[in-house]
Design a protein around this ligand. Structure first.
Ligand code: PDD
Length: 276
């Protein structure tokens, strides 16, 4: 079993020094990415991730160097080579290698990169206890629906959260709670599930979509609408979602400790784990 990488058209060692200085991904953050979880050897929601990749590519006017089918084959090939069963596939497409200039290169030269790595397994105890989150002002740009490589504000927010012994930083804009630095956020109040609407201001999480669909089937009423920080702190249950964590209950928001009984979150986790 081995963690593995792919750059341009070849499989390479994970630590191979392959990226030239003038690659636009690290000079400008000029590219897009996806993270896909593999459960028991099978990529979860692969088609949905590749659809979002296409959407992000369109949004930044980047021509993908491969078709979706080809990307799928590279993912599956890499997965097979790695022999990993619980894995995370990371895809990154940049606008390529070119003499440093802000405007796009004249001819398309996008560069495809991928890693297949062992997934972090979340201890059951952590999921039982829930995690602490802190809120901070959203200082990102207005197109957070694009899964862009420009993650500096997210990285800075996550570091601030870590310094404050929190698992996640939750972005708030004009008093409305949006999403985490690498997750979407949900609140349950009186049996209704609330989350920020999938407009331009948040990433349209794949896990978010799965959770909303599962909630409707429970059945639970669902409101995709902005809500305030005060509403969040008075919620019956709060959780965050992402490809890496699936559904992670929140124990504390800033200084507010939430209820430790989380019947709706527990049901959603149960349904989600059945699905994967
Ligand atoms: N992060 N919001 C943001 C800002 C994210 O970066 C992510 C994912 C999510 C959740 O989306 P999904 O359910 O599709 O993973 C929401 C990934 C995992 C990352 O950057 O590592």
């Amino acid at each position: 079993m081995a963690e593995i990488a792919y750059y341009q058209d070849t499989f390479v060692d994970l630590d191979a020094k392959v990226v030239p200085i003038q690659e636009r991904a690290h000079q400008f953050g000029d590219g897009i990415y996806e993270v896909i979880r593999v459960y028991d050897g099978r990529p979860f929601m692969l088609d949905e991730h590749l659809q979002r990749l296409e959407m992000s590519a369109d949004a930044i006017e980047l021509d993908l160097p491969y078709t979706t089918e080809e990307i799928k084959d590279i993912c599956l090939d890499g997965l097979e080579k790695s022999e990993l069963l619980e894995a995370e596939i990371y895809l990154q497409i940049s606008r390529g290698i070119h003499a440093r200039q802000h405007f796009y290169p004249d001819s398309p030269c996008a560069v495809f990169a991928m890693t297949v790595k062992q997934a972090k397994i979340i201890p059951e105890e952590k999921r039982q206890n829930g995690v602490n989150v802190m809120t901070l002002e959203d200082e990102r740009w207005k197109n957070c629906y694009i899964k862009s490589l420009n993650l500096l504000p997210n990285v800075m927010a996550k570091q601030k959260a870590k310094r404050n012994r929190c698992e996640e930083a939750i972005f708030v804009e004009e008093g409305k709670v949006k999403e985490g630095s690498s997750s979407n956020l949900f609140a349950v109040k009186n049996g209704t599930l609330y989350t920020y609407p999938a407009l331009k201001g948040i990433l349209h999480g794949i896990t978010r979509r799965v959770v909303l669909d599962l909630a409707k089937k429970l059945p639970m009423s669902v409101e995709e609408a902005p809500f305030t920080l005060d509403f969040l702190k008075n919620a019956d249950e709060v959780f965050i979602t992402s490809t890496s964590m699936d559904i992670m209950p929140v124990r504390q928001v800033d200084d507010t400790v939430l209820e430790s009984e989380r019947p709706y979150t527990a049901k959603l986790i149960e349904q989600f784990h059945k699905l994967m």
